[in-house]
Design a protein around this ligand. Sequence first.
Ligand code: FAD
Ligand code: SIN
Length: 529
Amino acid sequence: MLECDFLIIGSGGGGLFSALHLAPYGKTIILSKKDPNETATSYAQGGIAAVLSKDDSYKSHIEDTLKLGCGICREDVVRVIVESGPEIIRDLENLGVIFDRDEDGYHLSIEGGHSNRRVAHIRDQTGRVFQDVLYHNAVNTDAKIITNALAVDLIVDEDEGQRTCYGAVVLTPDGTIEDIRAKITILATGGAGKVYLVTSNPDISTGDGLAMAYRAGAKIINMEFVQFHPTCLYLPGARPAHERTFLITEAARGEGAILTTIDGDRFMPAYDHLAELAPRDVVSKAIYDVLSKTGDDYVLLDMRPIRGVSLKRRFPYIYENCLKWGYDITMEPIPVIPAAHYICGGVETNLNGRTSIERLYAVGEVAYTGMHGANRLASNSLLETFVMAKRASQDAIKLSKKVKNSNKTRVHIPTSKIPTQEKIVISHEWNSIRRVMTSYASMMRSDHRLNLADKYLALIGDILKVDYKKYAPSLDLVETFNLHHVACLIVKSALMRKESRGLHYNVDYPQQDDENFRKETVITSYEEE
Ligand code: FAD
Ligand code: SIN
């Protein structure tokens, strides 16, 4: 058993930024289930939204965020996060991040849904630079980073109706199960894009934190709102499979790239007056519609109309990666499709990052703060992640001084090894969950499809539950079990919302119904499916 003051589960932007604040105040352990730099943060391209130009204002950034959130953002949260933007940019600069600049100051991009240029970036590798800088700073603190360490479950106890978290049960790199006891536990496990077949997310994005918090009885909000990014490079046969997830940043359309059918017909102006710069749900739905009509597998993104900037200098990462797959973006359009990108819902927190479970915090994509409501404005995620990691850490430092470590009993974890012939069943269930979600609970929903998803998931759950209760945790088993939880949360939440709003579109209720549904979808207790 290990003991610490602060246990941070996750080594992306949320986890590392928290660690930098916490490490001077107590023993800090950071867990990463794979390579510590294999995170969604590393793949962020577009940048971080913040009010940095004299032509911009907090009011405008707040209004854009609220508009996209379709009436269900928490306005106080949006205000605090937006107004913290410039401070966070300075914090990142103090750590060593150097943003792109031009003669007027920061070079700011524009992305869908923003009414001003406000996305600070480092070419098209903003996340890579953030991750490297944060990691470099974190290894120079006293925080201990344990890689290939999988948090399996939270250690939670209930006293007079109040649940408290005392750390986590962890599958260690040498294959043993350990308790890591902590005064404060911070979930920074990221998103869950792997719940769909086509996603921009890396393999680590399996919703582990969401599932662990759900099992522990935390309040989960708005899981029906899944954002699909319109432009992922279409690479159906790519090997290894995780290479299929290559994103083409929205900033490309911000600079002037256009979308066409395979025959070269530009289609976005017919769908929205903002054309290619419409919010990403509008662009993704338009692509879906075009593909349903043409029967094609992809549309084309043409970056050649971009004027005034060198494609190779502004988008070097995209240029190199596309070239690797045989596409020269300076000479030809590239095939793209929408891909699951971001989960707007998550584990509910207040403005100090506290969840409904005592001593458990959540930051980053795993959290639901109320910032995004029914749809997330581009580049608002990294902003929310860093602002909330800082706020949560400041609160956690104070709380840690008032509480003690505990050795309360935790859930029983089986020890018998899964038989080899059973392993293939887990991998089939992994594929089945993602197929079911893609077929029945994707961008276009109906009650019929969602009910089918619910039934299939119940069946898969019956099979998985048996294995999960019987066999010692392994990465595949735990991730598949967690992915199943996330899928169930998305489908259940989608079935509860009998309207269409933001990212949730149900053909049976095509209108927004403010009278009955201008509210969050809340799931409070874990039901054994
Ligand atoms: P992550 O960075 O994903 O880190 C998660 C960490 O948790 C990893 O270290 C992982 O190993 C660890 N982990 C997970 N489960 C466990 C477990 N059970 N045990 C131990 N460790 C675990 N947002 C923007 O604002 N601007 C952008 O330009 C932008 N571009 C994006 C581009 C791409 C391709 C993607 C995928 C996302 C993009 N986003 C962008 C969204 C944004 O990057 C993410 O929401 C944000 O980085 C999430 O950070 P995080 O710290 O919450 O999670
Ligand atoms: C992108 O660069 O298009 C992604 C931005 C985001 O997800 O906020």
